[in-house]
Design a protein around this ligand. Sequence first.
Ligand code: ZN
Length: 188
Amino acid sequence: MHGAEVHIIHETGDAVVDDGHRTRSVLEGDGMVSASPSAGLAILTADCASIALGSEEGVFAAVHAGWRGLLGGVIEVATAAMRDLGATVVHGALGPTIHAECYEFSEDDLASVAARYGDGIRSVTSGGRPALDVPAAVAAAFDGANVCPVPGIDACTSCSDRYFSHRGRRDDGRQALVVWSIAESPRP
Ligand SMILES: [Zn+2]
């Protein structure tokens, strides 16, 4: 999916949301939130932003944010769901995603994103074409949702051969962002 659908994972177990290019996902959607100490959440991405969110209360989330998901408020939706489950201060980290130098964007679509997140999301590609700055959009969404940013992975999926890139190299592979709670699991 490339929207803002967020699932709450209540049960013990693991769940995977992928980026819509594959069919073996457990769930279709763009984000998962859990407060279960025995759950693990994984997001598969190629260029879209993968985001880990967590709180001291043991509420956590894994979010896949393409530009449409960002526009749809997927970070805000996930954060609100975390607060519903008892999270107070929410911290967020951004994983590898495509960066502006590799992400040419149409003026119309840039205007849509800028209307929500400000002109800081406007950038240029290495070839001087209009570009979307995904990390800047995520930072603006964090700011709007009162998420405290923590250092993530500052790498462009398209430039770096350490990561899969759909847009840059038509890679079929995806990287996984896995999020779990370090709260102690209940003993049987
Ligand atoms: Zn790049």
